[in-house]
Design a protein around this ligand. Structure first.
Ligand SMILES: C[S@@+](CC[C@H](N)C(=O)[O-])C[C@H]1O[C@@H](n2cnc3c(N)ncnc32)[C@H](O)[C@@H]1O
Length: 183
């Protein structure tokens, strides 16, 4: 399927900004905070959950680079930059590690581009998880990652946004089984 990019609309809550609010960030609007507050009211432990998720993401990045020895990561649904982002964790272990962030939220991409303006090993790309063929053929994704070498694929806190009729298992399988040669 093809997925249209999300237009920027501050009056509509959006996943990345609600998540940012729950993490204690400042990159969110009233509509996002309203949803976050409703979540907190019905499930106070949600804040603990999002922090734990962020910790898991950091541990996975450390494991893939530090223990498995990967030097390339593709992080789909990267979210708004916060403290200790995936590229910072990975590049503390080896500054040459290449990280591509892919997200479909224009706000996430704007922040990532500002944060990464001087970066030579980290790139933010507009894309949609639900369009794996688009990801695999995206010229920026292909340019910044070496498809002859292993690539660590991160999808943290995103799969539950893919609806059953959008075939999440097929989406993951397409990415997981993609061979390492240009398509
Ligand atoms: C809850 S945040 C998770 C951020 C980060 N991965 C983490 O675990 O801390 C989910 C992110 O997925 C992005 N997202 C949601 N659906 C997406 C899709 N279909 N394609 C690409 N990004 C998507 C949102 O914009 C948001 O930035």
């Amino acid at each position: 399927m093809t997925a249209s990019p999300i237009p920027f609309d501050a009056s509509q809550p959006h996943v990345a900004r609600v998540y940012d609010y729950l993490l204690g960030g400042k990159d969110n609007f009233a509509a996002d905070r309203a949803v976050g507050d409703r979540m907190l009211a019905s499930l106070p432990a949600v804040q603990l959950g999002v922090r734990a998720q962020r910790d898991v993401l950091g541990r996975v990045a450390r494991y893939l680079v530090g223990e498995v020895g990967l030097r390339q990561l593709l992080d789909i649904g990267s979210g708004l930059p916060t403290a200790d982002n995936v590229h910072e964790i990975a590049q503390r272990i080896d500054p040459a590690t290449r990280v591509v962030y892919l997200d479909n939220d224009p706000i996430v991409l704007a922040h990532a581009e500002a944060l990464l303006a001087d970066e030579e090993s980290t790139f933010a790309v507009d894309g949609d998880l639900r369009n794996p063929a688009g990801t695999l053929t995206n010229p920026d994704v292909r340019k910044h990652l070496d498809w002859e070498r292993p690539i660590g694929l991160l999808m943290c806190g995103i799969l539950h946004y893919v609806l059953d009729d959008e075939q999440p298992a097929d989406v993951v399988a397409s990415l997981y089984h993609a061979d390492n040669h240009p398509v």
